[in-house]
Design a protein around this ligand. Structure first.
Ligand SMILES: Nc1ncnc2c1ncn2[C@@H]1O[C@H](COP(=O)(O)OP(=O)(O)OP(=O)(O)O)[C@@H](O)[C@H]1O
Length: 254
């Protein structure tokens, strides 16, 4: 079953076509990666799907509903959350407070609309705290919940962002370069974590420059180049695709 369907999607910035009539989809339970050289349009695509920017033309359907041009909070309530390439950590808050802000922004009504499982008796605050702790445990930061977020090493701050997005129990999570700045051990752990998301009910759309991780975790890969879709296929198909190899010519990617 398709949960995200992008059709003919375009976005221009002045004379630059950042996303050029792109088509692709994500089915429930899939991990789909978007790869492409710098400036290919990956972040812009994420911004369009998460509501940070509005499309110039084309359609973004989530569970059959048009979400193109909707504000980010409404898209989050529908079940699509994201992380950012540039970390959005509140340095003066604790680790758990950083996770809670994501849920607080939606409020009880929004969380209920989002289909978050809510035990009838829990107050909003204790419920959100419980969800935040569960998300921190998922990413392995449970024991650091009361630490100031700013003292976490960079790799753990990335995991904290993922916990914030997962605390909303999304149907679809958009991860924008989650392995950036991580060492190999952290990247391997991250890959194992992301691989478990589909069985938890969260499909994944991933933008990532670490090809080893992309090839290990993806069910399908979409390749962008200068805003257009260049190729699409399984990791094996993409590694053998001559158009992809020449788009990356001179870079050792695979
Ligand atoms: N707000 C903006 N204003 C003007 N141009 C922009 C804006 N955002 C992106 N662009 C341009 O659109 C194109 C696509 O950029 P985008 O950041 O989406 O690529 P990317 O694939 O995410 O690159 P990277 O891998 O470096 O993050 C680039 O040419 C970029 O300069």
């Amino acid at each position: 079953m398709i949960i995200l369907e992008v059709t003919g999607l375009s976005k221009h910035f002045g004379g630059v076509t950042a996303v050029n009539s792109v088509d692709f989809h994500v089915s429930r339970g899939e991990i789909v990666s978007i790869i492409g050289p710098n400036g290919a349009g990956k972040t812009t695509l994420f911004n369009l799907i998460s509501g940070v920017a509005g499309p110039d033309s084309g359609s973004i359907k989530y569970n059959g509903e048009e979400i193109g041009g909707m504000p980010p909070d409404r898209i989050a309530v529908l079940g699509v959350t994201r992380t950012f390439q540039n970390l959005q950590i509140f340095r003066n808050m604790t680790v758990v407070e950083n996770v809670m802000v994501g849920a607080h922004r939606l409020g009880r009504k929004g969380l209920l609309q989002a289909g978050v499982r809510w035990p009838g008796v829990a107050s909003e605050e204790s419920f959100i705290y419980g969800r935040a702790i569960a998300a921190l445990e998922l990413v392995g930061l449970g024991e650091k919940k009361d630490m100031p977020a700013e003292i976490l090493p960079y790799g753990e701050q990335r995991l904290l962002e993922i916990a914030r997005a997962m605390a909303l129990e999304p149907d679809l999570i958009l991860l924008d370069e989650p392995a950036a700045g991580m060492n190999q051990g952290e990247t391997n752990g991250l890959g194992e974590l992301i691989s478990r998301f589909p069985e938890m009910g969260t499909s994944v759309l991933l933008v990532e420059h670490n090809m080893e991780m992309v090839m290990a975790v993806s069910h399908r890969i979409v390749v962008l180049d200068h805003g257009s879709k260049l190729a699409e296929g399984t990791p094996l198909e993409i590694q053998q695709d001559s158009r992809v190899i020449s788009a990356y010519l001179g870079e050792e990617v695979f």
